[in-house]
Design a protein around this ligand. Structure first.
Ligand code: ADP
Ligand code: MG
Length: 215
């Protein structure tokens, strides 16, 4: 049996075509089913539905053999025990620093001001500002980061941005890109050895589908 960990929403939606190219079709839709284990057309392959930030944990400890996780999540989690053979080029966005439109970020950075930064991505933010030699107080949030600068909880946020629509709707602007983000295939290193005959063809099929996306 091969277990693949996915999260609901865009990662599931954008992984479906890649699975299909590898001959794998889920028998249920996670958006409408309450099941957390989904059977597929292949008896030896099942999908599990977990929180996006839990995918690396399931794969690392062997609760799943493979998974799809954003680079944002992998950078926060660390890569211990995880083999990352493939950038799937899906769920693309950017990790950005954003502030209120009326906040002078460049000026604050130049003056060496100590900034309050709210984010779900504490490790990523810590490394980014340390590399720039900026002093920051990090405030851990679990969602709706955009709110923090509006109510004075923080001067800046570190968050994912794709269209910028949410920032704009909340009078924020992106002032710095930390890194481009896309989702990666992650594989449990022990599973790769023990189940190589099943996992290696899957990785190869995913790689072909990424290189030549079907219309
Ligand atoms: P959760 O709400 O569980 O934190 P999301 O569904 O918001 O997770 O995001 C899951 C993953 O999708 C993220 O880890 C990231 O890699 C990717 N992602 C998040 N926001 C965007 C976005 N705006 N555009 C593209 N991909 C995104
Ligand atoms: Mg979300």
């Amino acid at each position: 049996m091969i277990t693949i960990a996915l999260s609901k929403g865009r990662i599931f939606d954008e992984t479906v075509p890649l699975l299909k190219a590898a001959g794998i079709v889920a028998l249920e839709n996670p958006e409408s089913s309450r099941k957390l284990i989904l059977a597929t057309n292949r008896r030896e392959v099942r999908l599990i539905i977990v929180r996006a930030s839990d995918v690396p944990t399931y794969v690392q400890y062997g609760g799943a053999d493979l998974g799809v996780a954003g680079k944002d999540v992998l950078d926060e989690h660390g890569s211990a025990g995880l083999y990352q053979p493939l950038d799937l080029n899906i769920a693309r966005c950017r990790m950005m620093v954003a502030v209120r439109k009326d906040f002078d970020y460049a000026g604050a950075a130049r003056r060496g001001a100590r900034l309050k930064v709210a984010t779900k991505y504490v490790q990523t933010a810590r490394e980014h500002f340390a590399a720039k030699g900026m002093h920051v107080d990090l405030i851990k949030l679990y969602g709706s980061m955009e709110l923090a600068p509006l109510v004075g909880l923080a001067d800046a946020i570190v968050d994912l941005v794709s269209t910028g629509g949410t920032l704009k709707a909340n009078n924020l602007v992106a002032v710095e890109e930390i890194a481009p983000v896309s989702s990666r295939l992650v594989v449990n290193q022990a599973a790769l050895k023990v189940k190589r005959e099943m996992i290696q063809p899957l990785i190869a099929a995913f790689a072909r589908a990424v290189a030549a996306p079907a219309g």
